[in-house]
Write a protein that binds this ligand. Structure first.
Ligand code: MG
Length: 167
């Protein structure tokens, strides 16, 4: 059995963005400032996808969904995450779990955590845990200039059977 771990990180600044909503883990926060981004700016989904890609050795999110490609403008990042999970499965991987930490002063995530976890787990096809952490006023995140997210993912794959030597 092969076991691989992947790490993902993403950060997006808040945007004035008229007409956009903050989206984290597929949950809309209509009362909060939106994040800047080419897609829907869902930094949580992006960090989870980067972790899966890292574990599977499949490059990074930008190489699969370039932010210069108009096809991904305003994209639903849960769909990008689901596609990344599909790519990993196509290479024989099973997702064990994904765990992420969201670093932000605002908005409060706890009331929406269960829904975020459900959305992300549905996209990934495995358990996803979400934890919120306040940056305690430190730095750009502490000044509420943006949101960062860290994620780790574990993938497993059955080892290929050994090829029998020809006598
Ligand atoms: Mg991103």
């Amino acid at each position: 059995m092969e076991v691989r771990v992947g790490q993902g990180f993403d950060v997006h600044p808040f945007d004035t963005g008229a007409g956009r909503s903050l989206v984290l883990g597929g949950v809309r926060f209509p009362e909060a400032r939106p994040l800047a981004g080419h897609s829907d700016g869902d930094a949580v989904a992006h960090a989870c996808a980067e972790a899966l890609l890292g574990a599977a050795g499949l490059g990074d999110l930008g190489s699969h969904f370039p932010d210069t490609d108009p096809a991904w403008a305003g994209a639903d990042s849960l769909e990008l995450l689901a596609e990344v999970a599909r790519l990993a499965r196509a290479d024989g991987w099973t997702v064990g779990n994904v765990d992420c930490s969201v670093v932000t002063e605002e908005p409060k995530l706890a009331p929406h955590r269960e829904e975020m976890q459900r959305n992300l787990a549905r996209a990934v096809g495995a358990p996803v845990s979400v934890k919120g952490r306040r940056p305690e006023g430190l730095g750009a995140l502490g000044r509420a200039e943006g949101i960062a997210c860290f994620a780790v993912a574990v993938l497993t794959r059955s080892a290929a059977p050994p090829v029998a030597a020809v006598e």
